[in-house]
Design a protein around this ligand. Sequence first.
Ligand code: PLP
Length: 292
Amino acid sequence: MSGGVSGEDLVVFVGTGTGADGVGPVLPMREAAVNVADLAVTRGDGVFESIGVIDGRFIELPRHLARLKHSAAMLDLPEPDVDAFARAARLAVGAHAPQRELLVKLLHSRGIEGSDRASGWVQVLFGTDHSEARSTGIRVVTLDRGYRHDIAQTSPWLLQGAKTLSYALNKAALREAARRDADDVIFVSTDDVVLEGPTSNVLVRHGDLFRTPRPDLGILAGTTQAAVFETLGALGFETSEAVMAPAELATADGVWLLSSGRLIAPVRELDGRSLPVDAAFTRTLLERTFGL
Ligand code: PLP
């Protein structure tokens, strides 16, 4: 996820109240204010995307824009003007103090209650330094997600698979991991199926086969996972979207968490037990997929 908000981080509003091209001026984060009656603030009623930017290059921008639209449709929100979001993001990144890795957030809210007009904005933040997680790896605990693996089919109103602004429980799970002396979480369904992390997808290696939980298991379809699968395919490995039991993690030749900011983090410890970490292979994946 993002680092702390710095005085130099920037915001550009999109849509309502902006110019003809749907893009507002670049504002310092500390001066950019959202209305207190905005449903993003009062209800977390909106959707978002977090996008990595490396050396000024947006990582997987088309996939993020498509997912923003998909999430908005799931919440019956007005369709976001993704071209305006992309213009605003480029404007803000161009104006930001340079850093090798930046994080861009696109936020699309139902808007001020009663206004019937969506609101949107883009934030550009200094990226967190993830070098240690990427090289040494992270300690992860499995946590019960509290629902079955088929929740997306049985209860679509729970919005599994949409990237909504309601991330309080995702953050709570990360605090639980910290209480258990771990860095991150892999959620497991009540019927014992591996799901995803609170902000990441799971990649599991057995020999030359790399698997990730199927996106219809009530999880987010990851842009990082999609990009990494393309690299794995190009390297001649077999990839598949699968239904996996937690026991399969313990026997894996490698487990990684994949997400837009941290990109690829090998799991070096799962529920207190060591897992193999192939640092050279992780470096190859980072280099081939993201030019890092
Ligand atoms: N799953 C959840 C719940 C997430 O919040 C995220 C990203 O934040 C991901 C998976 C990974 O998606 P991406 O690789 O597109 O960042």
